[in-house]
Design a protein around this ligand. Structure first.
Ligand SMILES: [Ca+2]
Length: 625
């Protein structure tokens, strides 16, 4: 997917080199890098008041999983960060991993940065914005920070290009240990997410031949980061650390003692868990009092419909999931304690977020995950969560995790794009404030650059994409109450569209995920997206749709449905033809007195109509879950 640059390696490197030269030249010319009388750049070690930046990203973590966001999972370290910092209750990302990470690390729309889609279609292949890696028209966060003197570290998931010249070491990070793919086994076996692919790890660009026998993802990523920070602790330059955990992405794996800690905790099922988490969200003020718990989605199975064995297995899966989150939190605590012990805590900006909503997709949606492939895993109750098992969260627990919002990872509904986020500003104590202003992952890079006193090179180089968002410092410092008064934000991924502006949201879900028609929601009064106002507010909808189409044109979106969705659209078109043709036959038969033919025609015509209505109802999602 999107690796077409492999065939043009020389061309790509030339482009990359010229971009680096342009960026460096601009930084020197504008004084971001000081130049001596001899014309040589000084070693940019002058720290000034530049803080360290620690950016922690969890993978597929749901909105209510951690304690600070209503969860029962033991996460004391994240809860402490929240208590000493800010919680962003209205923080938005993109529906899936790679697009969010592209925006996070470049500050520009994913269609500009090279990750226009995760599953690139034939129409998109090779087009600008659909490279499948961060392209040469964007400056990355570590590139810009490094140019003003930061040491730059990355451990964990990359998912923004597999090749050495697309990896983190080539895009601004000094020290890297990275999983290039979107996911893999969390143990040393390095089993890939799907058959035929590979779990490729690189250390500073070079392929890692094998993992240590006791490898466990969250611990190993943390060990390395702490090793580098300890080694460089006397270096006066600030650091930017991107700690990108692969937890709790599937396959769910966790050390046995941590799973044991949660034994029996989820036996009452996912509806009960959802209600408990929703109540705590409301008690803590993370959602307003008027926000009602939406009805359980009809496309997701009820707990009581499962057999005893299914319930036992699913309860264990959630125990493993909780154990992964618990373990990750403990690792975050290790980094926190290192900062504290070394006098760096209050000179560090710490940001924690999840890259998308909770994941409800079953394992069989991964390409190649058929029964034969699954037979290779030991998913017995005793082995679930251990090496050699492949289990997932599933739609039931993911719905409980999302609790207050609609649908899950992969969708541009709020359940897919609203995630927990915590910010601990340098100097600490913000007293656990909650900010409910709409903010977006694209705002993080401008925030970091402001704190680092760094200018984005696109200000002088028109060939580079400009930052899309705004620094959040005015919000954090109480100078403004909101960030997006009259500015809209567009979403387009795999045929799903959304446009959010001033509390309104236009949404279009292609068949069979939705009706294919634009919907309209008032997020201020209906954040769960339960009341479609498209018919009541046609002018508002038309305004948002027009702005959305302008957004797509501006960002170079190539709207192209994945083939599986295309087949549903084509099937519906055939049903329309069948319905009208048989209706005509019915009229003809009626006029000619062919009674039996008339009955047969009308039955086929009405059946087609019912099928059309069913496909447009969104109920076919049940097949996916
Ligand atoms: Ca993810």
């Amino acid at each position: 997917m999107g690796q077409q640059d492999c065939g043009h390696w020389y061309k790509f490197c030339t482009v990359t080199a010229s971009r680096k030269v342009r960026v460096a030249a601009w930084l020197i010319l504008t004084g971001a890098i000081p130049v001596t009388a001899l014309g040589q750049p000084e070693d940019p070690t002058a720290r000034g008041d530049r803080p360290n930046i620690l950016l922690i990203v969890a993978d597929d973590l749901g909105y209510t999983d951690i304690g600070a966001f209503g969860g029962e999972i033991d996460t004391p370290n994240l809860d402490r960060l929240a208590a000493e910092g800010l919680r962003l209750s209205n923080f938005h990302v993109l529906p899936t991993c790679a697009p969010t990470r592209a925006v996070l690390l470049t500050g520009v729309d994913n269609h500009r940065a090279g990750i226009g889609a995760q599953a690139i279609t034939a129409e998109q292949e090779g087009e600008p914005g659909y490279e499948g890696h961060l392209n040469s028209r964007v400056a990355t966060l570590p590139e810009v920070l490094r140019a003003v003197g930061y040491r730059t570290y990355h451990t964990g998931k990359w998912h923004l290009g597999h090749e050495e010249n697309h990896g983190p070491h080539a895009r601004g990070f000094d020290e890297t240990f990275t999983l290039l793919a979107g996911g893999a086994s969390h143990y040393a076996d390095a089993a890939p997410l799907r058959p035929g692919s590979a779990a490729v790890y690189r250390r500073n660009g070079k392929l890692v031949e094998s993992l240590p026998h006791d490898f466990y993802s969250s611990r190993h990523y943390t060990d390395l980061l702490l090793e580098w920070m300890e080694r460089d602790k006397n270096n006066e330059r600030p650091f930017f650390a991107y700690l990108a955990y692969t937890a709790p992405h599937d396959p769910l794996h966790a050390p046995p003692a941590y799973i044991e800690k949660y034994r029996g905790r989820y036996d009452r099922g996912w509806e009960v868990l959802r209600q408990e988490r929703f109540d705590r969200l409301q008690e803590s003020g993370l959602i307003p009092a008027h926000h009602q718990l939406p009805p359980w989605p009809s496309v997701v199975k009820r707990w009581d419909s499962l057999s005893g064995l299914e319930q036992a297995n699913k309860a264990r899966d959630m125990e493993v999931y909780a154990a992964m989150v618990d373990f990750m939190d403990e690792q975050i605590g290790r980094v926190y304690r290192w900062l504290e012990a070394n006098g760096e805590l209050d000179n560090t900006l710490i940001v924690f977020l999840s890259d998308n909503g909770a994941n409800g997709f079953p394992a069989h949606l991964y390409p190649g995950h058929d029964d034969e492939y699954h037979a290779r895993f030991d998913n017995s109750l005793e082995n679930r969560g251990a090496s050699g098992s492949f289990i997932v969260m599933g739609a039931g627990w993911a719905t409980a995790s999302t609790a207050a919002y609609r649908l899950l990872k992969g969708f541009s509904t709020e359940g897919g794009i609203r995630t927990p986020a915590i910010v601990r500003l340098p100097g600490g104590s913000s007293g656990g404030e909650i900010h409910d202003a709409f903010v977006h992952v694209r705002d993080l890079m401008p925030t970091f650059l402001e704190l680092a006193n760094a200018q984005h090179p696109a200000r002088e180089d028109a060939a580079l994409a400009t930052l899309a968002g705004n620094s959040l410092m005015p919000l954090f410092e109480g100078r403004v109450g909101s960030m997006y008064e009259n500015e809209g934000i567009g979403y387009e991924l795999h045929g799903t569209r959304a446009y959010i502006k001033a509390g309104w949201k236009a949404l279009q879900m292609p068949l069979p995920l939705g009706s294919g028609k634009w919907e309209l929601y008032n997020l201020a009064t209906d954040p769960a997206e339960t009341k479609n106002l498209a018919d009541k507010e046609p002018d508002k909808l038309a305004e948002l749709v027009a702005e959305h189409m302008a957004y797509e044109k501006d960002q170079g979106v190539i709207y192209s449905l994945p083939s599986v969705l295309n087949r549903f659209v084509q099937a519906q078109q055939l049903l329309f033809v069948l319905m009208w043709t048989t209706l005509a036959c019915f009229v003809y038969a009626l006029v000619r007195g062919y009674r039996k033919s008339a009955i047969a025609s009308v039955v086929v015509s009405m059946s087609s109509l019912l099928l059309i209505l069913y496909t447009k109802s969104g109920q076919l999602l049940a097949l996916m879950f």
